[in-house]
Design a protein around this ligand. Structure first.
Ligand code: PLP
Length: 333
């Protein structure tokens, strides 16, 4: 039987080492076409280990914040390194969740009592915080979803189905997460659009020159990672957005692996859509977000109906043989 051996990236560091703090500032990335985040992480770790400000390493100083790490496995302290898959939760996140259930658990945007008003205020405050975190110009540009996968599906089914037609092209790289590929395969199949994949170059990062060459008037969307979960490549999003907009195409950025590690500024990147996920950035599992430019979001049809759309309920009574007005009044108000 033939055994397929996956080709693993070599992780050689070809770009200059970046000396930066854990909150890598945007300017540290200016001028770099693309690079591997591993080099950034390596420099962060080296700096922390070489010059610990408080006499301890970053790992030692943050470990107490994570209750899950306060256990032994097979007689040794638990060490967790799978943060790209999901991060562990610090005590403040756990306490905030517990406080919500103990103090004001109730329906958001769907109740008129004290608890519901409090939950709604906190929910909208969180939206403002996320907007500020990625520098969106308006908190209405942040849509909460279950995760990044749902955020991408929202764009593919809502924007994709109503904007793509046969022969339109969507450009992706082969290094995208399957959550950023499969929704576009499904939508492309249903509208007759074509997916074009950018391969890796010699250094095993997506070939950005090829990507640029592939862009044409047929291109309607470019779907790219900011930082890859498999290669750790960091793509030049600002440039890609510029090329896309030159031909009237949109850009969707999968920022799942960048938002937890570096400053992401949606306005300076000038992207149309950007998605990220809370569970990869020390937040709770079960929530992610889509950033979308407001002029694009306002043209998109709803992806899911119900939930918080209570004020948008519209019933055309003429479609009912026996108009259920009494139910309309009691159920929807
Ligand atoms: C780059 C990237 N995109 C998308 C996803 C999917 O994220 P979620 O679990 O929030 O749907 C992941 C998760 O591993 C990821 O690493």
């Amino acid at each position: 039987m033939e055994v397929l051996v996956p080709k693993l990236p070599s992780f050689k560091i070809s770009s200059p080492i970046c000396r930066c703090s854990i909150n890598t500032h945007r300017s540290s990335f200016n001028g770099l076409r693309f690079r591997r985040l591993s080099s950034v992480c390596a420099s962060i770790v080296n700096e922390e280990v070489a010059k610990p400000s408080s006499g301890t390493s970053l790992g030692h100083s943050t470990r107490p914040d994570f209750p899950i790490l306060h256990q032994e496995v097979n007689g040794s302290k638990l060490v967790y390194l799978d943060n790209a898959a999901t991060s562990q939760k610090p005590i403040n996140v756990l306490k905030t969740l517990q406080h919500y259930y103990e103090a004001y658990n109730s329906n958001v945007h769907r109740g008129i009592h004290f608890l519901s008003a409090k939950a709604t205020d906190e929910y909208e405050l969180a939206r403002k915080k996320v907007a500020a975190f990625v520098n969106a110009s308006d908190s209405r540009e942040i849509i909460f979803t279950r995760n990044a996968t749902e955020a991408i599906n929202l764009v593919s089914y809502s924007w994709g189905l109503s904007n793509l037609k046969p022969e339109d092209e969507i450009i992706l790289t082969v290094a995208e997460h399957h959550s950023a590929i499969v929704p576009w395969q499904l939508v492309a199949q249903s509208v007759g659009a074509v997916l074009k994949f950018v391969d890796l170059s010699q250094d095993e990062t997506p070939d950005i020159d090829k990507l640029k060459e592939m862009i044409s008037r047929k291109t309607k969307l470019i779907v790219v990672h900011h930082v890859s979960n498999v290669l750790a490549s960091v793509l030049p999003i600002e440039e890609i957005a510029h090329w896309a907009h030159d031909v009237g195409a949109k850009v969707l950025v999968d920022a799942c692996q960048s938002v937890p590690h570096m400053v992401v500024d949606v306005q300076s990147l000038n992207v149309d859509f950007l998605v990220a996920s809370s569970h990869k950035m020390c937040g709770p599992t079960g929530i992610g977000f889509l950033y979308g430019k407001s002029d694009i979001l306002s043209t998109m049809p709803p992806f899911l109906g119900g939930g918080e759309m209570i004020s948008d309920v519209y019933l055309d009574h003429s479609t009912y043989a026996d108009p259920p007005s009494r139910f309309v009044n009691s159920f929807f108000h």
